[in-house]
Design a protein around this ligand. Structure first.
Ligand code: SF4
Length: 259
């Protein structure tokens, strides 16, 4: 089994809050978000044998409880993802996947096979504002975006609906970047949308601080990140529609917001 492979963090406490994981990053993605800092994963392939990754999992196993797949977009390589998720499960480890929501059928398949315990879905912009969603995933700005904004929003919606209807744990996240995505209206719209699609109150909606200094769009690299207070204010807007709000800021880590 071959994998278009990005990197591995042998022991991570930040990629899956509450768990110690090995984090495995796959290359390739159907989006081209202007703030992407893993953009070298989007074009240059690096094909390795899955056995190399299996060895890394075994090395980390004494120190971890889970394997976290990120990217890039892990569901873009469903064969490799199923293979490695099955390997993790066989070794008694939990499996988590970070996804941009573009692959509802692959997500459903991994859930149906019992190969995943938690799915973290990026809702990158308000799905009710299709044009903005397109801009945030680089549609019309960079080559390589797969599908139209309408198709992307439809796929993300179906992915959230599939995970929300399953017994797999779900987290929904939005990365906020000044002057691109993260106005009070944007966050309110996303939280209102979450409330329409998710019934389990345990599902976290996380507002993440975007750090644009290594962005794919060069002109974005000097944009000042939202600070914690600004993100807390956004959390207040989200809270009008959803109770379980978290923020994730580089210097403070994960915080559940108390209202
Ligand atoms: S979803 Fe966006 S930020 Fe994530 S890897 Fe793809 S292009 Fe980069």
């Amino acid at each position: 089994m071959k994998v278009n492979y990005g990197a591995t963090i042998p022991i991570s406490t930040v990629d899956w809050h509450t768990r110690v994981s090995i984090s495995i990053f796959f290359r390739a993605c159907p989006y081209r978000c202007p703030y992407c800092h893993n953009y070298e994963y989007l074009s240059e392939p690096d094909i390795i044998d899955a056995a190399e990754i299996e060895k890394d999992i075994i090395k980390s196993k004494p120190f971890i409880s889970s394997v976290l797949f990120s990217g890039g977009e892990p569901f873009m390589q469903i064969g490799a993802l199923k293979h490695l998720a099955a390997f993790a499960k066989k070794n008694g480890l939990l499996v988590g996947v970070h996804t941009n929501g573009f692959y509802p059928e692959h997500t459903a398949e991994l859930i149906a096979k019992g190969l995943v315990d938690k799915i973290f879905i990026d809702v990158k912009a308000p799905p009710d504002d299709v044009e903005l969603y397109g801009r945030v995933v680089g549609y019309g700005e960079f080559e390589g975006v797969v599908g139209t904004p309408e198709e992307i929003v439809d796929r993300v919606t179906r992915t959230v609906d599939i995970v929300a209807a399953s017994d797999v744990e779900l987290e929904i996240r939005t990365t906020v970047i000044r002057r691109l995505i993260g106005s009070a209206d944007d966050i309110s719209m996303i939280a209102r949308w979450v409330a329409r699609h998710v019934t389990d109150e345990e599902v976290c909606y996380v507002i993440q601080q975007g750090l644009p200094e290594n962005s794919m769009r060069e002109s974005m690299r000097n944009v000042v990140p939202f600070d914690r207070d600004e993100i807390l204010e956004l959390a207040g807007h989200a809270h009008e529609f959803w109770d379980n709000i978290w923020i994730r800021v580089k210097d403070y880590g994960n915080e559940k917001v108390k209202f």
